[in-house]
Design a protein around this ligand. Structure first.
Ligand code: ADP
Length: 861
């Protein structure tokens, strides 16, 4: 009788015709490590007794081994022998096999061979499925395959995790012997990797991957059952192999997986229930009654899950299961899941405009700042060409109100991105940035992730303000937290402690700002691309006010105001009025207060109209004369430096967060036999200002040393020195607040040197024709005559100009920086670069010039 399958003979085996050995028992080749899919070729290693027999038959049957029977399932793969290679130094042979068909195992018998046992199999070809690709409704095939893929993805994404968890628990609960347990874990590992490969393989490789999964599943099943596979189980497993149609195999595999999960889930749930909750409600929930809020969470999750990293998905699903299991009652877990799912996992801004558009917007929003805008454009150009460029992070450094924030906003607007803003100055704990671990009571995400969640775009522009304000008083290590957030090498998997899932921050365009450079942590500094934005001159401010601040304030306050039957009301400003506001009402490096004063004028006019003040009619002109009507009395007089400075008094220039500043120090020498003590009288300071004060004290000592070491010659008139009575210098006056920076201490050196000289010789630097109101900046060294370089020159000089200083002594080493000092400032004050401190002394005290010269000549002899 010819079996139906024998009609296949002769058969096509890939590229050639073969005659299948129907009716002939074949040798079973047990292969543990892999499953072979018909249509593929591979090598297997067998003992010589197998090789001989297979060479005789020309065919073999590859089976999954069962430790007892040597035959695992009812299915084998029929393979034609193509190559036989003896393996050197071994009894074994390597066989090159061509796998042709699935075969059903009808029966088997063990035969004893002189070299060991061998199994022969009576077989028949597995009938091919009724379903063939052709029999599928052609139109439906694609659709079916797509929906299948979707289904596969869904199950496969969860399966490894679910199976692993479930099976391991069952295995442990069943108290397997250690060996078995290890083996089971190996198989699990195989299963997980097989599933994993299944997710990634191309369609044409799906077959082998499916085999691997099926094989691993089968082994698992076998181990779990602890006994001979049940009929049902075997049927399910072998069923997977009974077809060569990939779609169908996939479908069956899924069914099998589902069956496994269902069955073993049941066992575990039973155990957990009695141990843990035991509530009926929980069981019901587990059986599918999902509370609506969880269903909503799940629905939202399904939208974003494909954009989440694997680890985040796993965590989410684990927690979701926990939530479902607990009946959806854990509001802390629910909140956390809600936070996770509402992150912008996939939401991005629309593609950026071209660079010309960016330039146009930057120019439109900001007057001046040409250098700054150029550097921003360079930076943006690089980012545009390569959005993932691992460059440094922009850092705008400059005093308050110079437009750092508004530049950031413009960049966002120009790139079509959302703008987020976080001021670090108000925080004092790294947990504010990174959140508290979710197990803490009332834990919440840090500001970084909450703001990104609120803004809803993963590639927003994120401004971190005041990175220079993350000082010692922070809890934790703010600098390293910031590096983690900003550094592209690290931030692609930023982990908020509360959310505890990685989130890719590398697409966020971070921009940092700082008021002063020196207080920025050096590790952080390495990652920053610093763009300094100095303060504005009065004329620049005037222009900014006219072009930007006034039009903006005008529009925001609803001007021009239209009145029924009456002329419309508007406010116009004379330049002199704006300059008056700049000079007498706001003394600042930026334009923040200026904007406020302007706003106040508009509001006052608006209020007067609302109150039907009859004085106001038509155009309201603000002139230098009537500014005080709206803004009150001037807050600053032209110069707040006394016209005649007392002996030993010198203005000191400094840089702080408000820009350049000027304060006056007064040095007095007290007689104090036997010891020298520096008193800092009347220097008010707080917080970080303390360091500055200490540094000033140090500079003062240096100044005193520098003069006293030469004192015998220079001050022989000064009896105190000969009497070896020490002098106690004291600094009087001056106000150093938090804004003061320690660097201001050393750079006050030159001023202090001048002041100490005045105190010792009882002279004052009187403003007069040759020496108008003078200020100085520069470092000094006890052993060197040279005046050392300082920072923030432009800001210091602008501050001096604001205070009416007419002569500025600056270090020669800073001469190049003078380029940044605007023309109009240089026109209104004399700036003299000095090389050594004696030169400065001769300028400040011209009456002593000859004496000092003589001393210097004498000294060099
Ligand atoms: P910062 O962040 O440096 O403290 P802001 O960005 O808050 O300063 O600036 C304060 C105000 O001054 C904003 O309204 C800003 O638009 C305006 N402003 C500052 N510089 C300029 C400029 N160069 N051109 C136009 N407006 C400016």
């Amino acid at each position: 009788m010819i079996m139906p399958s024998e009609r296949k003979n002769p058969a096509w085996a890939g590229d050639k015709v073969i005659v299948l050995p129907f009716g002939k028992p074949l040798v079973a080749v047990p292969v543990e490590k892999a499953v072979f899919f018909p249509g593929t070729r591979d090598y297997v290693v067998v003992a010589s007794r197998f090789a001989e027999r297979i060479r005789e038959d020309g065919y073999a049957l590859v089976v999954f081994p069962n430790p007892e029977t040597g035959v695992a399932s009812s299915v084998a793969t029929l393979a034609a022998l193509e190559i036989v290679n003896p393996i050197e130094g071994s009894e074994n042979f390597q066989l090159g096999l061509h796998f042709i068909y699935r075969a059903r195992i009808a029966d088997f018998k063990h035969t004893q061979h002189p070299q060991g046992k061998m199994t022969e199999i009576i077989w028949e070809l597995l009938e091919e499925e009724e379903i063939t690709s052709a029999s599928w409704n052609k139109k439906d095939v694609k659709e079916q395959f797509i929906s299948l893929q979707r289904e596969v993805k869904k199950i496969l994404d969860r399966a490894p995790d679910a199976l692993e968890q479930r099976f391991l628990t069952v295995l442990r609960a069943k108290m397997f012997r250690e060996d078995d347990q290890r083996k089971a874990e190996e198989v699990l590992y195989k299963l997980v990797t097989a599933f994993d490969s299944l997710k990634r393989v191309r369609r044409e490789l799906l077959g082998p991957a499916l085999d691997a999964v099926a094989h691993a599943l089968f082994e698992l099943y076998y181990i779990l059952k602890e006994e001979k596979p049940s009929k049902e189980g075997l049927k399910l497993v072998s069923n997977v192999f009974h077809t060569v149609l990939i779609e169908e195999r996939l479908r069956r595999l899924l069914k099998f997986t589902g069956w496994l999960v269902d069955n073993f889930e049941f066992i575990i749930d039973g155990e957990e229930e009695t141990e843990e909750t035991g509530t009926k409600e929980a069981v019901e929930n587990e059986k599918g009654v999902v509370p609506p809020q969880i269903a909503a969470l799940l629905a939202r999750y399904q939208i974003v899950e494909s954009h989440m990293p694997e680890e985040a998905r796993q965590e989410f699903e684990r927690e979701l299961k926990r939530l479902i299991h607990g009946g959806g009652k854990d509001s802390a877990v629910e909140t956390r899941l809600e936070r996770i799912v509402s992150l912008p996992w996939e939401k991005r801004s629309s593609p950026p405009a071209d660079l010309r558009g960016v330039k146009a917007i930057l120019d439109k929003d900001h007057a001046h700042l040409e250098k700054v805008k150029d550097r921003i454009l360079e930076f943006v150009a690089v980012r545009m060409l390569n959005p993932r460029a691992k460059g440094r992070v922009l850092c705008f450094v400059g005093p308050r109100g110079v437009g750092k924030t508004s530049l950031g906003k413009s960049i966002a607007r120009a790139l079509g991105k959302k703008f987020v803003h976080l001021a670090l100055g108000g925080l004092d704990d790294v947990a504010d940035l990174r959140g508290h671990h979710h197990t803490y009571l009332n834990a919440a995400p840090g500001f970084i992730m909450s703001l990104i969640r609120k803004c809803g775009e993963r590639d927003c522009v994120f401004m971190l303000d005041e990175v220079d304000k993350t000082g010692k008083n922070w809890r934790g290590d703010p600098a390293s937290a910031l590096v983690e957030i900003l550094d592209p090498e690290q931030n692609y998997q930023f982990r908020d402690h509360y959310l505890d899932v990685p989130f890719d921050l590398s697409e966020v365009l971070f921009i940092t700002t700082a008021n002063v450079l020196v207080t920025i942590n050096s590790t952080l500094m390495d990652r920053l691309e610093v763009i300094e934005i100095p303060g504005y001159t009065d004329l620049e401010k005037l222009e900014i006010a006219k072009q930007h601040l006034i039009p903006r304030r005008r529009a925001e306050n609803g001007f021009p105001i239209v009145r029924l039957g009456l002329p419309q009301v508007d406010v116009v400003f004379a330049d002199s009025a704006i300059l008056e506001l700049i000079n007498s009402y706001t003394r600042e490096a930026g334009v923040r207060w200026l904007e406020r004063e302007l706003d106040m004028i508009f509001r006052k006019v608006g209020k007067a109209i609302a109150l039907q003040d009859l004085d106001i009619d038509g155009i309201v002109e603000i002139s230098e004369a009537n500014v005080s009507r709206y803004c009150g009395n001037p807050k600053f007089s032209e110069s707040d430096i006394p016209k005649v400075l007392p002996t030993g008094t010198v203005p000191v220039l400094a840089v702080s967060e408000t820009g350049g500043s000027l304060f006056i120090v007064e040095v007095v020498m007290n007689r104090h036999p036997g010891r020298r003590k520096i008193a800092m009288k009347g220097v008010r300071y707080s917080g970080e200002g303390k360091d500055t004060v200490n540094q000033i004290a140090e500079s003062l000592e240096k100044a005193v040393d520098a003069l006293i070491s030469d004192g015998k010659i220079l001050f022989d008139a000064f009896k105190a020195l000969e009497e070896e009575e020490w002098l106690c210098p004291a600094i009087i006056g001056g106000s150093l607040t938090n804004g003061a920076i320690p660097k201001d201490g050393p750079s006050a050196g030159l001023s202090l040197f001048l002041a100490v000289y005045g105190a010792l010789t009882r002279k004052s630097i009187k403003p007069r024709v040759e020496v108008p109101l003078l200020a100085a900046t520069g470092e000094i060294d006890v052993n060197l005559d040279t005046v050392g370089k300082i920072g923030g020159l432009r800001d210091k000089i602008l501050a001096a100009a604001r205070h009416g200083v007419k002569l500025c002594l600056v270090p020669k080493a800073n001469e190049a920086d003078l380029e940044d000092v605007p023309e109009e400032i240089r026109a209104q004050m004399k700036i003299i670069p000095v090389e050594d401190r004696w030169e400065a002394l001769m300028i400040a005290y011209p009456e002593d010039r000859e004496r000092i010269k003589a001393y210097l000549e004498n000294r060099s002899l």
